[in-house]
Design a binder for this molecule. Structure first.
Ligand code: NOJ
Length: 536
């Protein structure tokens, strides 16, 4: 199967719908989403018009970081179902014309993984410890951590173990929670294990992998202190020279993986979660013999401002073109504040989110839609602290609220929680006013966010100019971004608050789709996007 209208591989223009399994649909009534729930709701994704789904981790896990602490990479957590459910889910998605991408977490395992348990039981210097990053502490008695690196979730990045004889022992590195020990990617055994895991899921029919923390696997072997003066803070996009992000050695890993997936039929694909500071750094992961695509966090982080968006768009397109990779576009995911809220919340946020969707879906390349954005869900800001599960909350002593607010379960139907999410409640409470945002409420309403996404994706599938390809900017007023794509498509979005003149190039063109009402006076209202039929 290739993209409509050409021989280009499907992943160059795919719209991929992110399913956050624990919050999508709950079939067994434990309040947590599961694979049977996913299976029951796949038609929603098909009807939306996406090409593929990406599922966040559903593997056996103590859930210290919502499944990003994997205890067994070749099974399904009983909370989410069974391997048979995963097989059925893959087959049913395929039957609906949806490809399936699963999450791969190679930077760290769970502390409950058999390898880490064996490492704890084995002495310093053993083969078991060599799969992780164990080091002696500093100071005469080794009481201080080996360096000053800190965890992405707050606190230090090293935890000390107690040796078998009861004495205080070595320290191990965890760039995330202590329950997520980092693997040592200089160890060939680690490479072999992950290639075997890739094969396990490829043989079960998955179409690709989303690679967690893809920029983090290799560490500077000297493990130097982070130099605050050099600007190498623990979090945030990594600048070149950082000792534990974006080290050159990661590229060899992806070259080997690419060689492996290329032996499989069916255009299997990788998407990297690569948090780096510049599109030029990102492009190095997308050289022809490495990953196929990566998330575009520059676009996600851009302010709702014509200048900022234009720079984010131009930089991505230009840098990725140098390596022949298609850009992708993303507005939200399970780690960031939902964009309705980021763009101002309320009616303003919704208007901007509608316009942003039309912008994103008209740009060259692929796009990611995070479950719930097609419903216009806002961030839930008032979750009770005692229900928060993101480790960030506890590890920062509540200073950072964490990511639970974008992970609240999806409202499907009905007028009271759990809004059809499951038969018996939801692991995080849904706001009562989500009754107006359920899929059932929106499906028959032509003015709803869901109808806008469906219509946009329908046009995108049918229009030969959309998806993979190129674009050219058209002259416009300062708050407006206008662009042309061949053959015969013009897009315009006004990121200002006030109405602006419509770009001259749109004069007389029929409207294909607009994110909001268009007045007859020739202006483009603020926070509004339009797709035009540019065939002349
Ligand atoms: C990125 C994932 O998206 C996030 O949810 C997770 O906490 C970290 N990686 C650590 O695995």
């Amino acid at each position: 199967m290739t993209a409509a209208g050409g021989g280009a591989p499907w992943w160059r223009s795919a719209v991929i719908y992110q399913i956050y399994v624990r919050s999508f649909a709950d079939a067994d009534g434990d309040g947590l989403g599961d694979l049977q729930g996913v299976r029951a709701r796949l038609e929603h994704v098909r009807d939306l018009g996406a090409d593929a789904i990406w599922l966040n981790p559903f593997y056996p896990s103590p859930q210290a970081d919502a499944g990003y602490d994997v205890a067994d990479y070749r099974d399904v957590d009983p909370r989410f179902g069974t391997l048979a459910d995963a097989d059925a889910m893959i087959a049913e998605a395929h039957a609906l014309g949806l490809r399936v991408i699963v999450d791969l977490v190679p930077n760290h395992t769970s502390d409950q993984h058999a390898w880490f348990q064996a490492a704890l039981a084995a002495p310093p210097g053993s083969r078991e410890r060599a799969r992780y990053l164990f080091r002696e502490g500093r100071g005469a008695a080794g009481d201080d951590p080996p360096n000053n690196w800190s965890s992405n979730f707050g606190g230090g990045a090293w935890t000390r173990v107690t040796e078998a004889d009861g004495s205080p022992g070595q320290w191990y590195l965890h760039l995330f929670a202590p329950e997520q020990p980092d693997l040592d990617w200089t160890n060939p055994e680690v490479h072999e294990e992950f290639e075997s895991i890739l094969r396990f899921w490829l043989d079960r029919g998955v179409d690709g992998f989303r690679i967690d923390v893809a920029h983090g696997l290799a560490k500077d072997p000297g493990m130097p202190d982070l130099d605050a003066d050099g600007g190498f803070a623990a979090g945030g996009p990594a600048r070149p020279g950082h000792p534990h992000w974006d080290q050159d050695e990661v590229h060899e890993v992806y070259r080997a993986w690419r060689r492996l997936t290329d032996t499989y039929p069916g255009e299997r694909t990788f998407v990297g979660e690569v948090w780096v500071a510049t599109p030029a750094q990102l492009a190095r992961y997308l050289r022809p013999d490495e990953l196929h695509t990566a998330f575009n966090f520059g676009f996600l982080l851009a302010r709702w401002d014509a200048g900022a968006m234009r720079v984010a768009i131009d930089d991505s397109i230009q840098e990725l073109a140098k390596v022949g990779a298609p850009p992708t576009w993303v507005l939200s995911n399970h780690d960031v504040t939902r964009h309705v809220t980021r763009f101002g919340g309320g009616d303003v946020g919704l208007r901007r989110a509608r316009a942003a969707a039309l912008l994103m879906l008209a740009l060259p390349g692929g796009a990611y839609v995070y479950q719930g954005e097609e419903l216009g869900l806002p961030e839930v800001r008032d979750l009770p602290d005692e229900l928060r599960q993101d480790p960030t909350f506890a590890r920062t002593g509540g200073a950072q609220k964490g990511r639970d607010g974008c992970r609240v379960p999806i409202p499907w139907s009905g007028d009271a929680p759990s809004f059809g999410f499951g038969p018996d409640g939801a692991w995080l409470p849904q706001p009562a006013d989500w009754a107006a945002l359920t899929v059932d409420q929106q499906v028959g309403d032509p003015s709803s966010m869901l109808s806008l996404y469906r219509e946009a994706l329908r046009i995108r599938r049918e229009h030969p100019a959309l998806g993979d390809g190129t674009m050219t900017w058209l002259p416009s007023s300062p708050t407006v971004l206008a662009f042309r794509r061949e053959p015969g498509f013009v897009g315009a979005v006004n990121l200002g608050t006030d109405p602006a003149p419509r770009p001259e190039a749109t004069a007389g063109l029929p409207v294909l789709l607009a994110s909001g009402p268009l007045p007859d006076d020739g202006t483009l209202p603020g926070d509004t996007a339009v797709w035009y039929d540019g065939r002349r």
